[in-house]
Design a protein around this ligand. Sequence first.
Ligand code: FES
Length: 366
Amino acid sequence: MTSIVLKQESPLQTAFQSTIQSIFSPDVIDFWASHLHPTWSWQRPLARIIARKVEGQGSITLTLKPNRHAKPFLAGQHLNITTEINGSRVTRSYSPTRLPQQKGVFNITIKRVRGGKASTWFTEYAKVGQVVELGEPFGEMTLSHIHQKHLFLAAGSGITPFISLIREWVTQGTHGQATLIYWAKTQAELCFVDEFTKLTNAHPNLKVHYILTQEKSENQQFNERINSEILQTLISDLNEHVVYSCGPANFVEQARQFTQQTAQEFHGEAFSIAQLDAETTEYVDIQLTKSNRSISVPVGQSILTALEAQGIKPASGCRMGICNTCVCTKQAGTTEHILTKDQDTETGSSVRICVSSARSNVTLDL
Ligand code: FES
């Protein structure tokens, strides 16, 4: 496995830092350091945007140069990236991609989501020279070193961890077989097509299939959403594969249903949570002990979304149940995982409120 290499501090540096920190607060040091250089910071991981390019219709790739506090990441992982938009700090998760030819920088590719605050800022307004804050890397969807056959199922911007994993697979010598099936609405929305063409020409054991759901072309075999017929036709030996899936929640759930029983392993990450049925009329109460508030929320809606709708802004990051930024303790009540439908009735359990809904009155330490 390879990752971005960052410098380690010596004991002398550590002692010097402890002395300075006992005199000045890190915020004061950061304030003055940022006037000297945009990414100088006492301890905050920051990165400067050094390039931007259009990747596909509605998508942009930003190249970021991190400072020495940024943590290394593995291909397929995610980072929380925070920026300030209209005076508020906004955090979202993106899957960083190493650049094999350029050490010490990484890319993130962002697709604009209609009405999306962060994606609109990154795709429309983020400029070269601006600085963002980085979180710790997280996520388990890294390249398997046990199995030799990899099947990547991507929908829309779910392609971003897979360009990373496929580059990693190439860097490690292209052992076994890798197949990518990539769903998009139109040809124009596809990302990384030129790179995939070069890679498939260079490596016959890499296959890439594009499926366009809102456009037909002569050489297109399928144009439907994911189903078992597509998978059986394109992958005859699914039982020998490890499957990775990334896309909207419904896509990942269907990928799981169609492959999990047969494949060697299944890894799925959804970047959006299924929306609540608009006709839901059942409500329960959530008691927030730290802020001493009680609010009424719809059953089935993510607790995070419900709190935000009422002007409460708990800490959050990926909004897909992976980074643990939104975890809080449930002191009473029953919650349900929105994707798996597993219910949690235990007192004192940790709840990721971005992927949990309340099934009864619930008390949280928020
Ligand atoms: S915001 Fe990342 S787990 Fe909830």
